[in-house]
Design a protein around this ligand. Structure first.
Ligand SMILES: *[C@@H]1O[C@H](CO)[C@@H](O)[C@H](O)[C@H]1NC(C)=O
Ligand SMILES: *[C@@H]1O[C@H](CO)[C@@H](O)[C@H](O)[C@H]1NC(C)=O
Ligand SMILES: *[C@@H]1O[C@H](CO)[C@@H](O)[C@H](O)[C@H]1NC(C)=O
Ligand SMILES: *[C@@H]1O[C@H](CO)[C@@H](O)[C@H](O)[C@H]1NC(C)=O
Length: 460
């Protein structure tokens, strides 16, 4: 029986059903209405509800899962999941609101509180430590309890906490980490690293005074030799639409990464050496051709490093050059599932977060759908009776869904035929509370305003 879970989505689904019921009357006027005629029948809705209840009752909560796969949509809050569901449905020619992502159909759903020890909103490092090690901690800390302090190496001593990766290895299982972000980036690093600063990704980023602590890339390769699958994606290209100062910032970032890549080169050479010395069948791949040629049947260890930085967005991915997150997930499952004791696999879709930071909802939704395809592939390759698949997010974003757009209105649309606001101006359904796309009205200066007053507007 299914032992699966999905977090953060059912509430969204319920609100979608409500919205959908409210706007049924409008459907009659639209060309697609015939396809949705069944929605006029009360029994259609009753049956839908019955099916959900029956599926939940059938789901067997007993037994112990042999294999565990955690899919983590970085920054994939409830509104991002809702928007992506609608967007994915619209790509299929549907209205979209009634569509389901794979995890909308999972038998168990819950919500989690993602605050960290010193933040109302957690960062990815503290969040990763919470959901992988089971311990809430301070912002920026990886695999350390709240007794440690940000950037302080000596205070990390004795305050390490172990992750599910360690527990899985101790239980004789195979383990793997797949991410579309840098593999030393906060979320994937939370599986294997213990670092008082998420920014210490390579040796040159660790301050001289704190060199007793090993950088994160070193820890991955030298201190976690039994991770069988490590895959992350390639560098994104320059975004021409960026402003010049952002470009300069990126240029500096690129230079920094280039220096770091020498460190990564050291690391992967050490990785290869260790596997060869111990006689493990291993492959290091850096492009799609190499990746496709990996035969999971005779590969024990796979290291896929496609470049020094995050992957390109799914909508910009060169499909002949780079594997998708679904391809990477499938390969990892095939390699790891050879272990009769089972496996633990962590898959992060890291760029949902980046797209949301930049207020690119459309790109964020395409990232979610790419992860949805990866979840479907993982479900095909595993059996419900022995595999637990968890889909969750580490924190949300400032994305909101506003107004009364018509059923089936393109979710990312900003066309002027949208509903008008009280000011007579059109607005997009999706609105980010901050970031480059935030509402552009001149913002109030809150310095002298008592923001504790009940009547005060929450002006970003
Ligand atoms: C780390 O903590 C110790 C003990 O509180 C303190 O003496 C030291 O100055 C701290 N180091 C840094 C870099 O903050
Ligand atoms: C798990 O962590 C503990 C404590 O750090 C360590 O002693 C042990 O070797 C680790 N186990 C594995 C299998 O890595
Ligand atoms: C994709 O990569 C291939 C192989 O490097 C290249 O020939 C092709 O031009 C690329 N396509 C695009 C759209 O960049
Ligand atoms: C905001 O108000 C404070 C206090 O009146 C003032 O000192 C500050 O310069 C103002 N900031 C801006 C950006 O106008």
């Amino acid at each position: 029986m299914a032992i699966q879970q999905a977090a953060c989505v059912r509430v969204a689904a319920i609100s979608v059903y409500l919205t959908l019921a409210l706007s049924m009357v409008d459907c009659a006027a639209t060309p697609k209405a015939d396809r949705y005629a069944h929605e006029k029948e009360p029994n259609y809705w009753h049956d839908l509800g019955d099916q959900d209840i029956q599926a939940a009752l059938r789901a067997n909560q007993g037994g112990v899962a042999k294999n565990v796969i955690i899919f983590l949509g970085d920054g994939m809050g409830v509104t991002t999941s809702t928007g992506a569901r609608i967007w994915a449905g619209q790509q299929l020619g549907l209205y979209g609101e009634e569509h389901d992502l794979s995890w909308d159909r999972f038998p168990f759903t819950g919500l989690s509180k993602t605050y960290c020890m010193d933040g109302q909103t957690t960062d990815s490092a503290a969040s990763g430590t919470a959901f992988l090690c089971g311990v809430k901690t301070r912002m920026g800390l990886l695999g350390l309890s709240g007794r440690a302090a940000l950037g302080n190496c000596s205070m990390s001593e004795g305050n390490q906490v172990e992750s599910i990766l360690n527990w899985s290895l101790a239980a004789g299982k195979s383990v793997g980490v797949v991410s579309t972000a840098r593999i030393s980036h906060a979320t994937p690093a939370a599986t294997y690293a213990k670092s008082p600063d998420r920014r210490w990704e390579s040796d040159r980023l660790v301050p001289e005074s704190e060199k007793n602590c090993k950088d994160i890339a070193y820890q991955l390769v030298m201190q976690n030799p039994r991770i069988q699958v490590i895959i992350r994606e390639r560098e994104r290209q320059t975004e021409t639409e960026r402003q010049t100062d952002r470009e300069r910032e990126r240029e500096r970032e690129r230079e920094r990464r280039e220096k770091e890549s020498k460190h990564f080169t050291f690391c992967f050479q050490e990785w290869k050496k260790e596997k060869a010395e111990r006689g493990f069948a291993h492959r290091y791949v850096y492009d799609k051709t190499g990746f496709d040629s990996v035969d999971p049947r005779n590969t024990e260890y796979l290291l896929g490093l496609f470049n020094q930085d995050h992957m390109q967005y799914e909508v910009e991915r060169n499909k002949t050059k780079e594997p998708s997150i679904a391809d990477m997930t499938a390969k990892a499952v095939q390699i790891l599932s050879k272990n009769p004791n089972g496996f633990f696999l962590f898959v992060e879709s890291g760029r949902i977060d980046h797209a949301n930071h930049d207020n690119w909802a459309h790109k964020a939704f395409a990232e979610v759908e790419a992860m949805n395809q990866a979840v479907l592939r993982a479900k095909e390759l595993t059996a419900d009776h022995d595999t637990l698949i968890v889909v969750s997010a580490d924190h949300s974003h400032v994305l909101s869904i506003a107004g009364y757009a018509d059923r089936g209105n393109p979710i990312t649309d900003g066309k002027p035929d949208l509903s008008l606001g009280a000011d007579g101006l059109p607005y997009t359904t999706l609105i980010y509370g901050n970031g480059p796309g935030r509402p552009t009205a001149t913002r109030a200066n809150l310095t002298d305003v008592d923001t504790g007053w009940f009547g005060v507007l929450q002006l970003g």
